[in-house]
Design a protein around this ligand. Structure first.
Ligand code: SF4
Length: 99
């Protein structure tokens, strides 16, 4: 798990995270880079994605959390649903259509 900063006190769900400290730079890479796309793919299959996202929405963190980038989380903070943000991101990655 790549936890840093405010998340240094580890919640229990961290032990089930799909990411690992060895890959931490991928979760901090610029948006739309190959590294960030790789991180987002890992997040999509993570069993604790919702817990991770909830934590990041409570305490702002840099980088990708819960399968969303910082700009994605800002969109959610401003009213867009997580499902819509994820749908748009999948479309941009060529993985699906936006309705
Ligand atoms: S959702 Fe992504 S950032 Fe969060 S624990 Fe899972 S793999 Fe790591």
């Amino acid at each position: 798990m790549k936890l840093t900063g405010l998340m240094a006190v580890m919640p229990a769900w961290v032990s089930d995270a799909a990411c690992s400290p060895e890959d931490a730079e991928d979760w901090q890479a610029p948006d739309a880079s190959p590294q960030s796309e790789r991180a987002l793919r890992v997040c999509r299959g993570c069993p604790v994605r919702l817990q991770c996202l909830a934590a990041a929405m409570e305490r702002p963190e840099a980088g990708i959390w819960g399968g969303l980038t910082e700009s994605d989380r800002e969109r959610v903070q401003h009213g867009m649903t997580v499902a819509r943000v994820s749908e748009i991101r999948r479309h941009r990655a060529g993985l699906g259509e936006v309705a």
